[in-house]
Design a protein around this ligand. Structure first.
Ligand code: KG4
Ligand code: ZN
Length: 346
């Protein structure tokens, strides 16, 4: 079997990343994976500022590539191809990565492969757990929320997703409302441990609507109202109020994700897969109670639950190198005028 060693570059949101992945037949190995986050740069603005992100990517992407090469023990000239996220994402950031990849490709003559960021996430369970197609996937992060049935390396069927905000964004917003640090997810999770999820009744939008679509923006508004109610009454929030609001919010998100996953599983089972597999990816998949609830649902449905290690299910370049390697193995070779695409549905 053919062995391919591929450099991956990722810069579509607020993580600059480079990685080297080796693909041998069906087996893939992550030789190195460097991720440089930007939380410190955006903290004072309460969200990712595209201009700041783009400049930071441009400054750091070369360093990430150097570190990824050094850690892997490979020289650039020993690689087989260069893969880069060419969308979807913040255009300035995507361009920083694409320019870097084009430069390296022009200098070395190595083939250039453009990768869809979402395909990178969706193929991660194959990289980490060698799962077989078709599998059901829930991508749930600060920027994404969708169910995909992965049928092959380049066939992903989207069977539902958020119609407004992503849950990670709602976790971050909730943290801001409760004066907890960013990124909010882990802090809301921690705070919720001491809370009563029933203290503040919160809505579960679309829960009983048919299909797998979800909505989280009404929940954000409901948390804002509930907080303002407490503040109006007592002049501020106690630790217990913060815990109760966090717990209520997290329970609502969990209920929505579990109910919609139940429906998505049914659509997936209709394909009669030989092995029933449900995989999750994205930062929100790190949430303990959400993970446990989805795991329980899978147990009930006799379905294998696959959760890649967190460093590979949040934004990283190993998934891009891997997706690029499988595309390259199938003959892909994108031209040097490959463009960056801010929108690019799978
Ligand atoms: O996948 P990711 O690193 O980046 C993208 O959004 O693409 O996801 C980050 C998101 C943030 O919104 C963060 O608050 C959320 O994932 N997150 C969590 C947890 N850890 C990270 N949300 C809930 N519970 C967590 N433990
Ligand atoms: Zn992502």
């Amino acid at each position: 079997t053919q062995t391919l060693t591929v450099l991956g570059i990722e810069s579509s949101c607020d993580d600059t990343a480079a990685a080297i992945v080796r693909l041998q037949g069906d087996k893939a190995e992550v030789l190195s994976s460097i991720v440089k986050g930007q939380n410190d740069l955006h903290a004072e603005f309460g969200g990712v500022v595209p201009e700041i992100a783009a400049r930071a990517h441009a400054e750091r992407v070369d360093i990430c590539v150097e570190e990824a090469l050094a850690e892997s023990g490979y020289a650039l000239s020993e690689l087989d191809a260069i893969a880069v996220t060419s969308g979807p994402g913040l255009i300035g950031g995507v361009l920083s990565g694409v320019m870097c990849a084009k430069g390296l490709s022009a200098a070395t003559g190595l083939p250039l492969i453009g990768v869809n960021h979402l395909a990178g996430h969706a193929l991660t369970p194959r990289l980490t757990d060698s799962v077989t197609f078709p599998y059901l996937m829930l991508l749930v992060s600060g920027g994404h929320c969708q169910f995909l049935i992965a049928e092959s390396f380049d066939t992903f069927r989207r069977i539902g997703g958020t119609i407004d905000d992503a849950p990670g964004e709602a976790f971050d917003k909730t943290a801001r409302l409760l004066a907890l640090p960013q990124p909010g997810g882990p802090h809301v999770e921690k705070c919720a441990r001491d809370g009563d999820p029933k203290k503040f009744p919160l809505p579960r939008p679309l829960l009983n609507q048919p299909g797998c679509d979800m909505s989280f923006s009404g929940l954000k508004t409901a948390i804002l109202r509930a907080r303002d109610g407490v503040v109006a009454e007592k002049g501020g929030l106690t630790e217990q109020d913060r815990a109760d609001l966090s717990a209520g919010f997290q329970a609502a998100v969990t209920d929505i994700l579990v109910e919609k996953t139940r429906r998505a599983l049914n659509e997936y089972f209709a394909l009669e897969p030989k092995n029933r597999i449900f995989a999750i990816a994205g930062g929100v998949a790190a949430n303990g109670p959400i993970r446990d609830a989805l795991m329980g649902l899978c147990r009930e449905h006799n379905t294998e639950f696959v959760a890649p290690p967190l460093r590979l299910c949040t934004d990283n370049a190993a998934m891009i190198a891997y997706a690029g390697a499988v595309r390259f193995a199938e003959g892909a070779n994108d031209p040097e005028h490959l463009t960056a695409r801010p929108r690019w549905p799978l």
